[in-house]
Design a protein around this ligand. Structure first.
Ligand code: IPE
Ligand code: IPE
Ligand code: MG
Length: 256
C-alpha cells in the first residue's frame, strides 16, 4: 500500500542519510510471470505497474535522481515477440505516466542508443522528454537500448576524435572528461544501486558510474517490489558507512 504523507515524513526523519541518486536494475518480470503460469509479457505489464509506484514514491520522498534499467543492448537478442511487446509497452507506459510525471514535477530523460528504438517508441519517448523538460523535481532517467560498454566505447571514440582534431591533448584527458562524455553527464553518480530478481550481477549497467555506489540485491521479483521495499533499501543504505578508500576513523572525524 502506498504510504501516507505522515508515514513518509516519519520515515525521512529517521534516516541518517538519504541517497541523492538511486539506480535500479528492474529484473525478474519473466520469472514472476512463469511462476504464475503466465506468458513473460504479462510479467512486463505487471513490471510497468511497479515502475509507476516506484516513480511516484521516489518523487514523494524527494529523491533527486532515479535511473531505471528498462532495456539493455543485450535484450535486443530476445525473441522478437518479447522485444515487440516491450517496445509497445514502452509507448503505453509513457502515455499513462505523462499526467503523473506532470503532476509530480518529474523530468523524464533517457540514456542509451535511442535511435535503435522503433519509430513509434522513439517518438513518444522524445515527446514526453520534451513535455517534461521544464519540470524540476525528480529526474527520471530510463536506460533504453543501453549498455555501459556501448556508452564507454562511444565516449572513447569521441575523445579520440577531439585529440585527432587537435582540440585537446592526451594529457588533458581526465576522469572528469571521460564522465562528461558518458550519457549521464550532469548527473551525479548513483549512491545506491538496487537489483531485484535475485541475481547478484551488474549486467552492463552504469559500470563507470557505480564505482562507489552501495549495492543492494533483493530476491523479490520486480513486479512484487513496492514502496515499502524501496524504503527498506533506503533504510539499509542509510546505515552504511561509505569510506571511499579512507579509514572509518577518517570518515567519522572528517579529518583527511
Ligand atoms: C527484466 O525482467 C525486464 C527486462 C530485462 C526487459 P526479465 O525479463 O529479465 O525477467 P527474468 O529475469 O527473465 O525473470
Ligand atoms: C538486466 O536484466 C537488464 C534490465 C533489467 C533491463 P537481464 O535480465 O537482461 O540481465 P541478465 O541477462 O540476467 O544478466
Ligand atoms: Mg532478467
Amino acid at each position: 500500500m502506498s504510504p501516507t504523507k505522515e508515514q513518509i515524513d516519519q520515515f525521512l526523519a529517521k534516516q541518517r542519510k538519504l541517497p541523492k541518486h538511486i539506480a535500479i536494475i528492474m529484473d525478474g518480470n519473466g520469472r514472476w510471470a512463469q511462476q504464475k503460469g503466465l506468458p513473460r509479457e504479462r510479467g512486463h505489464e505487471a513490471g510497468a505497474e511497479t515502475l509507476d509506484k516506484i516513480v511516484t514514491i521516489s518523487a514523494k520522498l524527494g529523491l533527486e535522481y532515479l535511473t531505471l534499467y528498462a532495456f539493455s543492448t543485450e535484450n535486443w537478442g530476445r525473441p522478437q515477440t518479447e522485444v515487440d511487446a516491450l517496445m509497445h509497452l514502452l509507448v503505453e507506459t509513457i502515455k499513462c505516466q505523462l499526467p503523473n510525471m506532470m503532476s509530480n514535477n518529474i523530468r523524464l530523460l533517457a540514456i542509451g542508443d535511442i535511435d535503435r528504438l522503433p519509430k513509434e517508441s522513439k517518438e513518444s519517448l522524445l515527446a514526453a522528454i520534451e513535455e517534461t523538460s521544464h519540470n524540476n523535481g525528480l529526474n527520471l532517467t530510463l536506460a533504453l537500448s543501453y549498455s555501459s560498454r556501448w556508452e564507454i566505447t562511444k565516449a572513447v571514440k569521441e575523445i579520440v576524435k577531439e585529440v585527432r582534431k587537435g582540440n585537446i591533448s592526451e594529457e588533458m584527458i581526465t576522469e572528469e572528461m571521460i564522465s562528461n562524455h558518458l550519457c549521464t553527464t550532469n548527473t551525479p553518480d548513483p549512491d545506491l544501486l538496487i537489483r531485484t530478481g535475485g541475481e547478484q550481477r551488474i549486467s552492463n549497467y552504469l559500470l563507470w558510474q557505480v564505482a562507489y555506489a552501495e549495492l543492494y540485491f533483493t530476491p523479490t521479483y520486480w513486479p512484487d517490489f513496492d514502496e515499502q521495499a524501496l524504503m527498506l533499501a533506503i533504510d539499509d543504505y542509510s546505515n552504511r558507512e561509505r569510506r571511499y578508500g579512507l579509514t572509518g576513523e577518517q570518515i567519522t572525524t572528517g579529518i583527511h
